[in-house]
Design a protein around this ligand. Structure first.
Ligand SMILES: [Cu+2]
Length: 164
């Protein structure tokens, strides 16, 4: 009986949310890929997820692509002395036994060149390619705009993109 209770506790500890969905390639886990519904006049979007590396050596996210967007770019965002700073990067390092979080106000995959805007409730495929673990296709769930807050930095960034 004690053993049964313990194993149940372990199961719960490994599942932070009943709604989380995750994808595995080698020892790399991509957790809960999601995006946010955007107004119709917004031609781009952003995708977020958490990457866990259970391998004892570091890996690297080297490419992202989706049939839903012409271009998927890796963007890093760092708060530098109070100023939000966004930069395009070719790759993202995933430390050994570490995790990298992509989230609003932080790292994200910028989606541009979409033929139609993202609608809440839909999901679309996106392929992540890791240098060592290889490729994995995930389903990105689109959530409604009001389920999350604090995205203002990113709206400003997209305005910049439109100008260039
Ligand atoms: Cu961006």
């Amino acid at each position: 009986m004690v053993i049964r209770i313990l194993s149940l506790a372990a199961l719960i500890a490994c599942a932070p949310s009943a709604f989380a969905h995750e994808y595995k390639v080698g020892e790399v886990l991509v957790e809960n890929p999601w995006s946010r519904e955007l107004p119709v006049d917004m031609p781009g979007g952003a995708a977020y997820f958490t990457i866990h590396n259970h391998e004892s050596q570091a890996d690297r996210l080297v490419a992202v692509s989706s049939p839903r967007a012409q271009k998927c770019e890796l963007h890093l965002q760092a708060s530098d002395s109070g100023m939000m700073n966004m930069q395009h990067t070719a790759t993202v390092d995933i430390p050994a036994h570490g995790e990298v979080i992509f989230q609003p106000g932080g790292n994200h995959v910028m989606l541009t060149g979409m033929d139609k805007p993202l609608k809440a409730g839909e999901q679309f495929p996106m392929t992540l390619e890791f240098e060592k673990a290889g490729k994995v296709e995930v389903q990105v769930k689109v959530e409604s705009a009001d389920t999350q807050t604090g995205h203002d930095e990113h709206a400003g960034h997209q305005a910049d993109n439109n100008g260039g």
